[in-house]
Write a protein of this length. Structure first.
Length: 157
């Protein structure tokens, strides 16, 4: 089984933009957004992707993930089957030490939210935090994209 091991943080400033070596606009929807069993359709850089994710472990750092690239036309068709609500964001990729950080800047109803994720080889892996990193939110369900689709950032108190 393919395991995704990652930590997630809030971003405290926009200095990541100057350090980014790549950026992409991402649109995504969910065919199923049940907690612990998500099926996501994503369109990024003219390509489509279908992703299935399982439940997170107790710390929220690890879960099953399967992803398959799809032709763009198929991804667009699948997008029409998605639950109401979409995620629209720009993802910036930033090198720091031995890791690549993915910084997501959200739009629409999630405007103002910026989070950074880093994938790890193992849960206890040592990690250097870039200067733009703020509070850790790993495992906090409200920061999952599948939750943001249903309860957007603009509705939080």
């Amino acid at each position: 089984m393919a395991q995704e091991i990652e930590r997630k943080f809030l971003v405290k400033d926009d200095s990541y933009r100057q350090s980014a070596f790549s950026s992409s606009r991402i649109r995504q929807g969910y065919i199923c957004s049940a907690r612990g069993r998500t099926v996501r359709v994503r369109i990024r850089d003219g390509k489509g992707y279908l992703t299935i994710k399982g439940p997170s472990n107790a710390t929220g750092t690890s879960r099953y993930e399967w992803e398959k690239e799809l032709p763009l036309a198929e991804a667009e068709e699948l997008m029409s089957l998605c639950e109401p609500g979409r995620i629209d964001k720009t993802r910036y990729l930033v090198h720091c030490s031995f890791h690549v950080w993915e910084v997501d800047e959200f739009y629409g109803e999630n405007q103002g939210l910026v989070v950074a994720e880093v994938e790890l080889a193992e849960e206890g892996e040592a990690l250097s935090l870039p200067s733009f990193i703020g509070e850790e939110v790993t495992g906090q369900v409200k920061y999952y994209n599948s939750f943001l689709m249903k309860e957007p950032y603009c509705t939080w108190k």
